[in-house]
Design a protein around this ligand. Structure first.
Ligand code: PMP
Length: 414
């Protein structure tokens, strides 16, 4: 593929330096080898709906740092709260009062939650959820959906290099939205079932996304009640993008534990584990600690983020603008005779070209969008933040329209 973004000596130089001192150059999903040839590897600035790479190219940001940016980069209310707390200190010996304020706020916003605990990354929250489910039940087995992403720790990383099989010895796998496979996994776990972890919808990397079947979600709740096991909702990616509360509130299914991170502090490092009273004693009995887990600045950012989302009815606004973008893209592709799948929730859409073998047209489409100033991702769902106005949605659709025409000219199948 020949489409490339302009890169300058600065970017090339950074890559060369990084390869000299960081194994592999860049690790994890932030390595743009997973994107398109020539995708920018380093960004230097973000403001509102825009990001700038180190070569000076500006993009409308539809990846939002893989989820954390929900109000737009450097939202003034969040930055003001951060600035105020920075003047007081961030990393203190014990939590600041904001720790209690934020726990109270999350408990009041999320319907199933009676308590909150804080940490840094989504992986911290999902891993602690498993520990608490095991402590609460005195059992070991956890049911996990095949192919689901729950983080980068040994029990769940998608890459088994360096991971002993034993790390997975107490996991039993089911298929998302498949109640029969859950029943089989429950039978395998037998009397040792501690809990079931599930994402609000199926958002596995590189695959068309699948919304949750409400009967499936209810079945998980019923199974957990019947077996006296805990239901864990991994809301790390979806939290506050589907609902102002747990992502399963709209369908009326309450988990016992929910893991949060990404958007809860508009880009500042924070994760939370929320739970109900059934899990409270177990939660206070396990060892849960990290040197930076109680830093005050991200908590200030989180309180401000929740205030803005609530006052501006951000979740509904994002969803309605995002729905316009999704239906607009589907219409553009259809009018050119291109067969695409736009899947997922509107605020977390993903676009693929039907019938391709190695994401070649999906990759090409992302590259064509980036060339015109729109940053998406060919192998990960996108995120539509509250900084995307109707005006920007129409600019986004201008770009996607041109990108569809370009891939059609390049030979994408019709
Ligand atoms: N769960 C889900 C659903 C996620 O999307 C992610 C991150 N992509 C995680 C857990 C892990 O979060 P983190 O990268 O912050 O550890």
């Amino acid at each position: 593929m020949t489409v490339a973004i302009r890169s300058n000596d600065n970017e090339i130089n950074l890559l060369r330096r990084s390869h000299a001192v960081v194994p592999g150059g860049i690790h994890g999903h932030q390595d743009v080898k997973l994107q398109w040839p020539g995708a920018p590897q380093f960004f230097s600035r973000g403001e509102g709906a825009y990001i700038w790479d180190v070569s000076g190219n500006r993009y409308i940001d539809l990846l939002c740092s893989y989820g954390p940016i929900i109000l737009g980069h450097r939202h003034p209310a969040v930055e003001a709260a951060v600035g105020r707390q920075m003047l007081q200190g961030d990393c203190l010996n014990t939590p600041s009062p904001l720790f209690v304020d934020l726990a109270e706020r999350l408990v009041s916003v999320v319907d199933h939650a009676d308590w909150a605990m804080f940490m840094k990354n989504g992986s911290d929250a999902t891993t602690l959820a498993l520990t608490i489910a095991r402590a609460a039940t005195g059992r070991k087995k956890i049911l996990v959906a095949k192919g689901a992403y729950h983080g980068a720790t040994p029990w769940c990383t998608p890459n088994m290099n360096g991971i002993p099989e034993e790390e997975r010895a107490n996991l039993v796998y089911y298929s998302y939205n498949d109640t029969a496979s859950v029943d089989e996994a429950v039978a395998l776990a037998g009397s040792d079932l501690a809990g079931i972890i599930v994402s609000p919808f199926r958002h596995d990397a590189g695959l068309d996304q699948e919304l949750v079947d409400v009967a499936f979600a209810r079945h998980l709740r019923t199974v957990c009640d019947r077996q006296d096991a805990l239901l864990i909702l991994d809301d790390v990616r979806c939290g506050f993008r589907l609902a102002f509360g747990s992502s399963w509130e709209p369908i009326g299914v309450k988990p016992d534990l929910s893991a949060w991170s990404k958007a809860i502090a508009n880009g500042y490092p924070l994760a939370a584990l929320l739970g109900n009273d059934r899990a409270r004693d177990a939660a206070s009995s396990v060892w849960a600690a990290g040197s930076f887990w109680f830093t005050a600045v991200p908590m200030a950012a989180s309180l401000a983020t929740l205030d803005v989302l609530e006052k501006e009815d951000g979740v509904s606004r994002m969803n309605s603008i995002a729905a316009t973008i999704c239906s607009g893209m589907a219409g553009q592709a259809a009018s050119l005779g291109l067969k695409v799948n736009v899947t997922g929730q509107p605020t977390m859409p993903y676009l693929t070209f039907a019938g391709e073998t190695d994401r070649e047209w999906t990759v090409r489409f992302a590259a064509e969008c980036a060339r015109r100033g729109l940053y998406t991702h060919p192998r990960h769902n996108w995120f539509v933040s509250a900084a995307i106005t109707e005006q920007l949605a129409s600019e986004i659709l201008d770009i996607t329209g041109q990108a569809f025409e370009a891939v059609k000219r390049a030979g994408a199948p019709t």
